[in-house]
Design a protein around this ligand. Sequence first.
Ligand code: UDX
Length: 435
Amino acid sequence: MAKLCVIGTGYVGLVTGTCFADLGHRVTCLDIDENRINMLKNGLMPIYEPGLKQIVDQNVEAGRLDFTTSYPEALKGSEFAFIAVGTPSSEDGEADMQYVKSAATSIAKNLDHPTIIVNKSTVPVGTGDWVAEIIHDLNGQVTPKFSVVSNPEFLREGSAVNDFMKPDRVVLGSTDLQAANKVAELYEALRTEIMITDLRTAEMIKYASNAFLATRISFINEMANICETLGADVREVARGMGLDRRIGPAFLDAGLGWGGSCFPKDVKALAHMAVTHDTHPQLLQAVMDINLNQRRHAVNKLDKALGGLQGRTIGVLGLSFKPNTDDTRHSPSLDIIKMLLAEGAVVQAYDPQAMKASKAVVPALELCQNPYEVAQDADALLLATEWNEFKFLDFDQIKTNMRGKVILDGRNIWDGEELQRKGFLYFGMGIPGSK
Ligand code: UDX
């Protein structure tokens, strides 16, 4: 059992802290946002993440997990200080490091015993060295021994707890092998592959992994568009490809493309790092372009099917960037809605978790209480996010409610032939007849 603190209570920090507590460690989670900490102290979750509240409650009850806004309190007796703060993108893609800097500075000011500083935030390659410099400079000669270890996270929103508890691997990077081994011990109970490498390589593994996954999705979306013109079915193409063990089936679902808080930010930041070091990120640029074009492609399909968008009512199912999250950052759905509104359409939508956040970003959006209200008087229905509750709908009811009969299944979850039989004009992404 170790004592550790986690700085930042976003998806990564809160899940990491809670899961370490669940593994038996004593954890204090710190955030400078008093509101968040008060919520957590009162048993309220500041984010929607399935299964998280239950484990938070259990570990608070067991006395292994608590919350604070005070650095001295969090660092007291902690052998490890995890940095899990946000690194948002600036306009040109460069990661904004102000929160990492302020966390490192606060740690430095309060460091009074040997501590291993573990960086979980996704940070530009070289940040580990920079954090070490910040702490060293502030403490000058009297620095207690400290080491910096990079430990990138691979947590997906919506399945973050499961991803923490059953990881494919844990990656650690440091110039101090002893410190990296100590961090490895924290994960021992997970019985997973632990890879130890140098700091910069660990930081790069995170970017390369996310960029590769985003590349797979853009690749299959490009294949989908080619399938549409050639009359092939991308779902079967992906299945056939995925059966090759060298390729594998994951992340080959064609649709509206990727969004969220990680892929867009990380691919852009990696491309930016390359450019600032005189390397042309040719593939990464194409991966981002294809992804954004996919949104326009969906709007064009609706435009063509309806013979114009001006004055049309489009019902949209799903607003979050993927199912099982309330996160709308870089959501393909919201981008498409903005384009539809700009073309003069009226948009009415429903999402199980992301309605409030979406209305704040797109005030012109009309919100509905369920999928059947979304269909009411709609000329077309767009499935943008594949929540489970959209998989089996009463399409007879939807048909009665709709004014038109166009359906664009942006995530290929419905049986198009069945819907055609019911009298809909069905379009998917990369499916024959969907051009
Ligand atoms: C991602 C990474 O998977 C995780 O390891 C990382 O550290 C954080 O970023 P997350 O952003 O939660 O996780 O979402 P993920 O499940 O990876 O999906 C990303 C996007 O890709 C979503 O918009 C999803 O809809 C889209 N996607 C995913 C596809 O369009 N097709 C697929 O086959 C898979």
